[in-house]
Every structure is written in structure tokens, then in C-alpha cells.
Design a binder for this molecule. Structure first.
Ligand code: SAH
Ligand code: SF4
Length: 336
């Protein structure tokens, strides 16, 4: 579909279809800035443009959290598959939490998306369409467009590498939505091959790696793909990533009472990360169906933070929990 094409892929396609690639700018703007400049196009180009399909989204449900900050949308594509997209923020600073797959193949035991299995990958156009949809919503409310994107919705973004990279290419294109690459964050379960490709890509996106366990045994019990990409290999890849890109890596640690929240866990996490260019984000577990685990007490979370920070000297913050009442928190997204 037309909205799958990055600018350069659009130029190639025009060339292939016998249309002057010079028209790419007007077409790209028409698709991604919503300014239908069809009148600026010659007759044959306009005919070509009108013959192209765009991704269609239908809103199945919209739920606002009582936190006044989070809105969750269940969106349906033409084939009936549904995903969830979350809008966070107020005033002028909105963040879109975007899905990359319908379901997820990684099977993390604490995650509602993981329980679904992978139904299919999203196309670049379907990823981009989520942002366009939110921007239309914001515009209708007289609000400025999305400025931040987090690839933390449904799916493992690096397991759908090319469409995700194409979508981010489009979203950060100055001729399109023009979101700053520094305001794009990709969260990965620890897909080593994908992290390596991301480092090679030369893109300046922010990277967050979901760790959650300080030994292979503990991590493997939560994240089955730890067997494929064990901790030592993952952290070596993170070190290489920092060397290659000059950027720090964010380490996500979902705190689960009794599983990975003790002083000992905090010390072992600190040991693992000592000397690395990292920043730890602690996320108290959000409840999901089919997982018995619970979040630790607030006191325990602060104690954990203190140890990582003071004993290992690793920077650490607690990620705000948002939208929990409407199932829009991390790991709660599973379609309607
Ligand atoms: N697949 C990617 C991105 C989506 S999940 C990844 O796993 O990183 C985004 C974040 O939410 C990850 O850090 C993930 O570990 C975390 N998460 C998943 N389920 C959760 C839950 N029930 N409570 C808190 N965080 C959760
Ligand atoms: Fe997939 Fe991420 Fe959920 Fe794991 S936490 S199942 S990788 S979406």
C-alpha cells in the first residue's frame, strides 16, 4: 500500500511505474501530512495516486483512564485483526505508544500480548497509521500533534525489523510527520540480532532492553527467549551498541514481588551493569490475566532503587504507571 513506502522506496516505485520520481514529495506529503495536494499533481500522476490503496483503520473502542493522562484505542484493520494503541499526555506533550505486531511470539509469562502468540506482523503503513490516527484525534481536540513515539505497544519491534524501520523512517521524515529521531524509543525483549542491526543502521533512536532477571535461570523463567539470547550475550551486544552509537542503553526491569525484587537481586543487577553506559527503568508489575505475580510494595521499589543507585552507581528511575485501570499499562495490551 502507498503508506508503506519510505520516501526513497516511493521514488523507486514511481520510477518502476513509469512516473517521474520528481512527484514523490507531493505524494509523500499528501499521504503523510494529510494535505491532499492532488491538484498539484499532473493528470496521469493523479490517476496513479488515486488508484493506490491506503491502510484503513476502524476504531473499535476508546477508553480513557481516570489518571486523566492515558487514552487507549482498540483499532481494527481490514482483515479484522485488532491492535491497541495508547495516547499519553496532556497539553502539548503527547506520546504515542505504538504496536508493531498483532500479538507477540516471545511468550513472556507476565505479558498479556505474549499470551496471544503472534497472529501476524504489522506493515509499515499499519504502524504509521496508528500515529496518523492519533494526530487526527489530537487535531480534532485542537491539540498539537504527537512529538514522542515509544515502540512499546503490542509485539516485539525487532522481530518485525524492516517494517518497523520503514515506519520510523517515514515518521521522522521532515517531509512527513517530522518527529525527531531522538524522541523515538524502541523497546526490545533483548533480540540480539535486531539490536546489532539497529546499531548498524546509524539511526539515532533510543533503545530500551527488557532485562528483568540477573541470572539466566531467573530471566529464562520470565522470558523464554533468554535461551536463545542469554544475558551475557545480550549485555555484550548492549556494550557494543553503546560503543558503535555513542548512546546509552535503557534497561527495563519489571519488578515482580518475590521473583526479582529483593536486595540480592538489586545487587546482582548492579554487578551486571557496573561500568556500562546504561540507565535502569524500574516498572512495578501491572496485573494481567493468567499471571499470578504481583507488584512489590512502594517501599520495596524504593529500596531496590537505592541499592542499584548507591551501591553500583548505576542511574535508575521508576517508570510512572499509567492507564492501569483501563488495561493500557505495559504488558496489558491484548486487543478487545
Ligand atoms: N516487546 C517489547 C516491547 C513491548 S513490552 C519488550 O518486551 O520490550 C514494553 C515493556 O513492558 C517491556 O519492558 C516489558 O517487559 C514490559 N512489560 C510487559 N508486561 C508487563 C507487565 N505485566 N507489567 C509491567 N511491565 C510489563
Ligand atoms: Fe512480547 Fe514484549 Fe510482551 Fe515479551 S513483553 S511477550 S516481547 S510484547
Amino acid at each position: 500500500m502507498l503508506d508503506d513506502f519510505t520516501f526513497s522506496k516511493l521514488q523507486d516505485r514511481l520510477q518502476k511505474d513509469g512516473i517521474n520520481p520528481f512527484n514523490a514529495s507531493a505524494i509523500f506529503r499528501a499521504v503523510h501530512q494529510g494535505s491532499i495536494e492532488a491538484s498539484a499533481l499532473g493528470k496521469s500522476v493523479r490517476k496513479w495516486y488515486e488508484s493506490q490503496e491506503l491502510c484503513q483503520l476502524e476504531v473499535v473502542r476508546e477508553i480513557s483512564s481516570s489518571d486523566g493522562y492515558t487514552r487507549k484505542f482498540v483499532l481494527r484493520f481490514c482483515d479484522g485483526k485488532e491492535i491497541e494503541t495508547v495516547l499519553m499526555g496532556y497539553e502539548g506533550r503527547h506520546t504515542a505508544c505504538i504496536s508493531s505486531q498483532v500479538g507477540c511470539a516471545m511468550g513472556c509469562v507476565f505479558c498479556a500480548t505474549g499470551k496471544m502468540g503472534l497472529l501476524r506482523n504489522l506493515t509499515a503503513g499499519e504502524i504509521v497509521a496508528q500515529v496518523h490516527f492519533l494526530n487526527r484525534k489530537l487535531a480534532a481536540d485542537g491539540r498539537p500533534p504527537i512529538r514522542n513515539i515509544v515502540m512499546m505497544g503490542m509485539g516485539e519491534p525487532l522481530h518485525n525489523f524492516e517494517p518497523v524501520m520503514d515506519a520510523l523512517d517515514i515518521l521522522t521524515d521532515p517531509r512527513g510527520p517530522c518527529i525527531s529521531p531522538a524522541r523515538v524509543s524502541i523497546s526490545t525483549v533483548g533480540h540480539v540480532a535486531g539490536i546489532r542491526k539497529l546499531a548498524e543502521s546509524g539511526k539515532n533512536y533510543s533503545l530500551s532492553v527488557s532485562l528483568h532477571g540477573a541470572s539466566d535461570e531467573e530471566r529464562g523463567a520470565l522470558i523464554p527467549v533468554n535461551k536463545r539470547w542469554p544475558i551475557a550475550e545480550l549485555l555484550t551486544t548492549c556494550r557494543d551498541y553503546s560503543v558503535k552509537t555513542g548512546s546509552k542503553v535503557f534497561i527495563a526491569w519489571t519488578l515482580i514481588e518475590g521473583a526479582n525484587d529483593s536486595d540480592d537481586h538489586a545487587r546482582r543487577l548492579g554487578e551486571l551493569l557496573k561500568g556500562m553506559l546504561v540507565h535502569v527503568n524500574l516498572i512495578p508489575l501491572n496485573p494481567t490475566d493468567g499471571f499470578e505475580g504481583r507488584p512489590p510494595s512502594e517501599e520495596r521499589v524504593y529500596q531496590f532503587l537505592k541499592i542499584v543507585k548507591q551501591e553500583a552507581g548505576v542511574p535508575v528511575t521508576i517508570r510512572q504507571r499509567r492507564g492501569i485501570d483501563v488495561g493500557a499499562g505495559c504488558g496489558q495490551l491484548a486487543g478487545s
